[in-house]
Design a binder for this molecule. Structure first.
Ligand code: ASC
Length: 136
């Protein structure tokens, strides 16, 4: 069994910030590879789509333990609202995780039409959180 995300521990706030950025960046890289296929920018490869969606789904579970106390300051674009409205932030995170899990399920079918249908809602969930909770 894989290590539970909740097991991630951080000695310093900056370690947590680096960790969550890393998880989001790896997620974006693999989600983007699925997206390139969904958008017809690269040829569809069912195995590659499934592998990339699986990694993006695993990554989607990781960042949120790294938004603890004291991680609002430093090299971060995270807005203070994350800690003021933590239930709302958590709900937005859950929405992204759920949509990513649906994309993963679609990718496992190997059906490009299903992948295309599931892709957009994930991007919308990413964007919703960025609009509310990320400084640009
Ligand atoms: C991506 C990515 C994001 C989202 C966002 C959707 O591929 O890296 O942050 O989609 O751009 O609007």
């Amino acid at each position: 069994m894989m290590a539970l995300p909740a097991a991630a521990q951080f000695a310093k706030p900056e370690d947590a910030i680096k960790y969550r950025k890393g998880a989001f960046n790896v997620m974006a890289a693999h989600f983007g590879r699925v997206g390139a296929m969904a958008n017809g920018k690269v040829p569809f490869d069912a195995k590659a789509a499934a592998e990339n969606a699986e990694i993006a789904t695993l990554m989607s579970k990781l960042p949120y333990t790294a938004f603890g106390e004291g991680t609002d300051k430093g090299e971060t674009r995270a807005k203070p609202e994350i800690w003021k409205e933590s239930d709302k932030f958590r709900a937005a995170a859950t929405k992204m995780q759920e949509e990513m899990a649906k994309l993963n399920a679609a990718a496992k079918t190997g059906n490009l039409d299903q992948i295309k249908a599931a892709f957009g809602p994930v991007g919308q969930a990413c964007k919703a959180c960025h609009d509310e909770y990320r400084k640009d």
